[in-house]
Ligand binder design. Structure first.
Ligand SMILES: *Cc1c(COP(=O)(O)O)cnc(C)c1O
Length: 370
């Protein structure tokens, strides 16, 4: 039962407590709590099957695979990235002593604008780190062509892109590596958790060393690794959630259909339609408020909704490039990032999850339609 009638922007997908308890009993009996236990192995395999990828390593969250991917490929110098993301994307570069170079975004998918990447490349550039923002695929073809031309690595922050496919192929196969987050707020969650998707068995082996202090055997340490292993409790929670994630995504799809149906007739509100050939995961439903056409600013609408108990999220506002650590970088100036700056001031992510009722949706939409 809800305590009050607040509508939250999201709610975690939770496994059945009874089933979870039975699995916990098995873990208790086995006394194998972490370190590549049976549920960890089973979740890696199940995720490879579900996602249609060949090599995946589980992590404790979605930030450490970003940091570890950069470590594994010895990325240094400068990396081109987007200011329009969750702050972890840029932090992962900073933790590796890499200088982030912000490039503006494409308003049609909120991902890096490939046409603006080349002019940001310098002799120190070693990689590109784009984000499939809201699970909408970046222009991976153009990005890869630039990477190939300049000999750059590509690491996709695919935290939003669980299960997304382009022409029947997982988006997670693009670039050199891709990362996922299984945080409680994501489409598929393990409370906290994440994964790194790589292209071959050798690389997976190295990643598995790196996430376990660099241990390659009982007494051998082959690299300065970190501890980022997922434990058995969250692995089994993940296995149970994987059984119901398709249903949850379909419920989100229905929410998106309802939002679009109504908002299509509202002047000054832009949103995304499905892209041809793409299997979406409906992880977020961002709307973009054009204050002049809509007759109200984004913030006025956001706070009006909040006052009435409808919690959207200004996701992503403010831009990463405006935070104190990064704002001094030459590439962080708003003049370099006009599209991202505008979109950050227009966006509200509407409530989007598997438990929204028709009544909830009417309440949300009544606040927006004018
Ligand atoms: C959630 C998220 C992360 C970080 O994931 P955690 O699991 O919270 O560490 C990284 N990048 C993006 C784009 C995210 O949305």
């Amino acid at each position: 039962m809800k305590k009050d009638n607040t509508i939250f922007v999201t709610t975690p997908l939770l496994p059945s407590l009874e089933e979870f308890y039975d699995c916990l009993k098995e873990i208790w009996d086995s006394k194998w709590i972490t370190n590549n236990g049976q549920f960890h192995q089973r979740l890696e395999k199940a995720l490879c099957d579900y996602l249609g990828v060949d090599y995946l390593s589980l992590f404790t969250n979605g930030t450490l695979p970003l940091i570890t991917a950069l470590q594994a490929m010895h990325i240094t110098g400068e990396v081109i990235t987007t200011p329009y993301s969750f702050v972890a994307t840029t932090h992962a570069l900073w933790w590796n002593g890499i200088k982030p170079v912000f490039v503006d975004i494409d308003p049609t998918n909120c991902g890096l604008d490939p046409d603006k990447i080349e002019s940001a490349i310098t002799p120190r550039t070693t990689a590109i780190m784009p984000v499939h923002c809201y699970g909408k695929p970046c222009d991976t073809v153009k990005i890869q062509a630039i990477a190939d031309k300049y000999g750059l690595k590509v690491i996709y922050d695919a935290a939003h892109a669980f299960g997304v496919e382009v022409n029947g192929k997982s988006i997670l196969k693009q670039g050199d590596m891709s990362t996922l987050s299984f945080h409680a707020t994501k489409v598929f969650n393990t409370a906290e958790g994440g994964a790194l998707i790589v292209k071959d068995a050798e690389t997976k082996k190295r990643i598995d060393y790196l996430k376990n202090f660099g241990f390659a055997g009982e007494t051998e340490v082959v690299a300065p690794g970190i501890n980022s292993k997922m434990d058995e409790i969250r692995a089994v929670y993940g296995l149970l959630n994987l059984k119901q994630v398709d249903d949850a995504i379909e419920k989100r799809h229905q929410v998106a259909i309802r939002y679009r149906e109504t908002l299509r007739n509202v002047k000054g509100i832009r949103f995304f339609d499905d892209m041809p050939g793409v299997k979406h995961n409906y992880s977020y439903f961002p709307i973009f408020v054009n204050a002049e056409e809509y007759g109200m600013t984004r913030d006025d609408l956001y706070f009006k909704m909040k006052e009435r108990g409808v919690l959207g999220r200004r996701y992503f506002y403010p831009l990463i490039s405006t935070f104190s650590t990064y704002k001094g970088l030459p590439s962080a100036s708003p003049e370099n990032l006009p599209i991202a700056t505008r979109i950050a001031n227009e966006v509200i992510c509407l409530p989007m999850h598997h438990e929204l009722s028709n009544e909830d949706l009417s309440r949300i939409l009544d606040l927006i339609v004018r």
